[in-house]
Design a protein around this ligand. Sequence first.
Ligand SMILES: Nc1ncnc2c1ncn2[C@@H]1O[C@H](COP(=O)(O)OP(=O)(O)OP(=O)(O)O)[C@@H](O)[C@H]1O
Ligand SMILES: [Mg+2]
Length: 487
Amino acid sequence: LMNSVFPPELRYASLKLVNRFFQLFSSFCYFDITEIDGVNTNELYNAVQLYLSSSSVSSSTRLSLTRALNSSSITFGLSTNDSIVDTFNSATVLWEHVVTQRQSQTFAWRPMPEEKRGFTLRIKKRDKSLILDSYLDHIVDKAEEIRRRNQDRLLYTNSRGGGGGGGLDSRGLPWESVPFKHPSTFETLAMDPVKKREIMEDLKDFTECRSFYQRTGRAWKRGYLLHGPPGTGKSSMIAAMANYLGYDIYDLELTEVKSNSELRKLLMKTSSKSIIVIEDIDCSINLTNRGKKFNEPEMALTGSGLGDESGNGNTITLSGLLNFTDGLWSCCGSERIFVFTTNHIEKLDPALLRSGRMDMHVYMSYCTFPSLKILLRNYLGYEEGDLSDVVLRELEGVVEKAEITPADVSEVLIKNRRDKERAVRELLEDLKRRAERNEKKGKLRGQNGSVTVADDDVEEQEKRALDSPYAEEEEEIEDNICKISED
Ligand SMILES: Nc1ncnc2c1ncn2[C@@H]1O[C@H](COP(=O)(O)OP(=O)(O)OP(=O)(O)O)[C@@H](O)[C@H]1O
Ligand SMILES: [Mg+2]
């Protein structure tokens, strides 16, 4: 009709006019969300795609299936030129996936995909002002949640071992990553159940209280300091935290960081919802006083491999580290957890320990009776009531005196895991041996070096020391006791 009525030069303009006319009377409005917006990838397109893949929405009869790189699960998507109905706040909307062939380009700054993809959202005009903003926010949040759930979490490191040198990896990024598959969870972590619950609640509280942090003017981050003897589960606790919250881990190797500005750059390249870990903070750095700055002692933190201390920019300082965790830059992302671990809390500078910096200090102790029960359940499958009361009482009586780490307990249990009774027997013997030894040491110490040890005692101790895997450690303690006696 239009071809016959309008001359060719007016056809396009008249078509637009007719379209406009009909739109005036249409009760719908449309929004196009294209895959590529100019030259950049449109984040909203990816978000919508993920959102429509969520099970609540995917009731369509035809869906496309995808599995992204690094992902362990399959996602559903809307098939080409298919449409789907969604409801939000009791308003109904229609999504259509529109795929058209792109016209071949003779010249392009960068290669474009052959197909032009986009989603069209159709909303009733009267609903537009009511839902559009909140609906799009809802889609972005939901997509982020799905992305995190589907994608394997990553463990990042700034170590230069496998990278391209100069602190950057082959793609010019300061962090390298591998999929994070540590199986430790709070369920398998052996520690005091009350303390464990406290930490879990604290973490949950932290993730759910965005508005609280905003209201109180605090950066949305939290610091944990895990301290305790080696093998008590500090690293396992970090893995459990990451698995519990679904966060990525950034394992920061301080000895690889040359300057404060490098530290800051590393921080800027971390993502939200992540745990930033500095393990063995007392070993990776060496605190030496370099005067004061802003009422806070500025220390040169020089570790092996770090530059000189002359302040030529080749050093990281304590204030640099404090700024990293606490300063303005620490909030360049949000929802981040800092975890420091140490075997020697007494060696740390008070500035690092002051409240507000590390919100929670968690002492990972030697094995207690409740944690022993968790290990027996994990490794041997023993439940409450499977072991006789006599054995349980015996275990309870010696476990704390033995001062054994959960790592040592697990060793004994793993070795004998095929023979449960033998495992418990050996564990009990080991615990008794250790408890006895500790008692003897305590007595010797208690006498404050004023007595000489009876010959047959020494002989027995030496014999035992030879059998013990801790021969070296025991020898050193014995030497010290002898020295005290001589003095
Ligand atoms: N509390 C625990 N619960 C369960 N398993 C534990 C616990 N502590 C230690 N283990 C076992 O011992 C191994 C070593 O523990 P982990 O690496 O977590 O100790 P750590 O405290 O980080 O030691 P270090 O101070 O030497 O780094 C772990 O692989 C785990 O199997
Ligand atoms: Mg560790």
